[in-house]
Design a protein around this ligand. Structure first.
Ligand SMILES: *Cc1c(COP(=O)(O)O)cnc(C)c1O
Length: 428
């Protein structure tokens, strides 16, 4: 489907176009298997000489509908869906890096990505250096090593909510000829298209806003088709792959070597594929993403403005409120607002936090963001509970911090819920 259509039209119609007499809705193809009549045909499909579904670990028609819709929304060339957002980042990074390689990323990453880069990938010989996102271009450039193979970042950090400095980091990626991988989960393709701002690969946790209703875990990797892997740094892309009759991905698939290799080699071997039921839910979620993101952003801004003036609130962090956030949103976002996620500091210590959380009626205490329902979380006692206070502070977690995923309920009802939960009891 032509990307000349607007985002809302693509949200609803891209990715699947039925023929005469076929289902109007993207069907759930609950099949592991695809039938072939002819030995030669199977041989051609299995050796990548011809495209076709083989076995649902490496591709499925329902999953393909979701993938193609995301390609249209991000303006990429191809995509591969995965079992989770974690699997998406793992797939993107291990498709590029092998033991001995090095990754550069801001330190303000989502907790799962932080532990992947900091703890788990080093066990496989892939090291990462995490830098202060405020550092000067020169200071970050000094961290680039001869074996650095990827620059990784997040459009909106979680829970720091810092908006990525695309200009600074894409200039660095160009200068050192590094592929630039961006996790666009919190911004969604509705608010930002990283491929337009220097990224080469985009990843998402589809579990968040893409699903939007807290039903399904999944992820996706989208190839921008805008990086030349044939530059001497990536032998796994240019040299023959012995696991596929010696195919060279750049030689045989010049339009999308990254994605073909990710699917045919890494997804085949790691196996973290998306199931068709969840792809169906993500496709359904995408059909309203444009409407939901508008409302999430408007509700979050309204709640942030209310919280800013509340005497029990020490501080509020929302990208649409602070000048640096506003500048980057104006420069790189397709929308005026941030997403639905904000954080604030509550006065009165743990007893006040406990009391506030218990008094909420609409918003619930859950480990999640991006749901249609408003929710809150206290990072210090949940997502970051395994760290001591000093480690929490260096990860940007203050003890008084509450993270809110503002839902799409009526604005006045959300604000009223927070107002009643924050009200101090009248002293007798
Ligand atoms: C949630 C999240 C992930 C991980 O996704 P899962 O689907 O939970 O595995 C990765 N990156 C960001 C920014 C996230 O918010």
């Amino acid at each position: 489907m032509s990307t000349a259509f607007g985002k809302g039209t693509l949200c609803i119609q891209a990715g699947y176009s039925p023929g005469v007499g076929e289902p109007r809705i993207l069907p759930i193809v609950q099949s592991t298997t695809y039938k072939y009549d002819d030995i030669e045909h199977v041989r051609r499909v299995m050796t990548l000489q011809e495209f076709g579904f083989k076995y649902s670990r490496t591709g499925n028609p329902t999953v393909a509908g979701f993938e193609q819709k995301m390609v249209a929304l991000e303006g990429g060339t191809a995509a591969v869906a995965t079992a989770s957002g974690q699997a998406a980042n793992l797939l993107a990074l291990t498709n590029i890096c092998r033991a001995g390689d090095h990754i550069l990323a801001p330190a303000t990453l989502y907790g799962g990505s932080y532990s992947l880069l900091h703890t788990t990938l080093p066990k496989f010989g892939i090291e990462a250096t995490l830098f202060d996102p405020q550092a000067s271009p020169r200071a970050i450039a000094r961290l680039v090593r001869p074996n650095t193979r990827v620059l990784f970042g997040e459009t909106i950090g979680n829970p720091g909510l810092n908006v990525l400095d695309f200009a600074k980091l894409s200039a660095l990626a160009r200068r050192f000829d590094l592929p630039f991988v961006v996790d666009n989960t919190l911004a969604t393709p509705l608010l930002c298209n990283p491929l337009r701002h220097g990224a080469n690969i985009v990843t998402h946790s589809a579990t968040k806003y893409i699903d939007g209703h807290a039903t399904s875990v999944g992820g996706i990797v989208i190839d921008g088709g805008n990086y030349d892997w044939n530059n001497g740094k990536f032998p796994d892309f240019t040299e023959p792959d012995p696991s596929y009759n010696g195919v060279s991905y750049t030689g045989q698939f010049p339009n999308s070597p990254f994605l073909i290799k990710a699917r045919a080699q890494i997804l085949r071997d790691f196996g973290a594929c998306l199931n068709p039921h969840n792809a169906f839910f993500f496709n359904l979620g995408l059909e309203t993403l444009h409407l939901r993101m508008e409302r999430h952003g408007a509700n979050a801004l309204a709640l942030a403005r209310f919280l800013e003036k509340h005497p029990q609130v020490a501080w509020v962090n929302y990208p649409g409120l602070n000048p640096a956030g506003r500048r980057r949103i104006a420069r790189h976002f397709n929308a005026r607002n941030g997403s639905g996620v904000l954080t604030f500091g509550l006065r009165g210590g743990l007893p006040a936090i406990d009391r506030f959380v218990k008094r909420l009626r609409l918003a619930a205490l859950v480990i999640h963001v991006g749901d249609a329902r408003s929710s809150v979380l206290h990072p210090a006692s949940s997502t970051h509970a395994q760290l001591d206070e000093e480690q929490q502070r260096s990860a940007g977690i203050a003890p008084e911090m509450i993270r809110v995923s503002v839902g799409i309920e009526d604005t006045a009802d959300i604000v009223a819920d927070f107002a009643q939960a924050l009200a101090t009891d009248p002293t007798p």
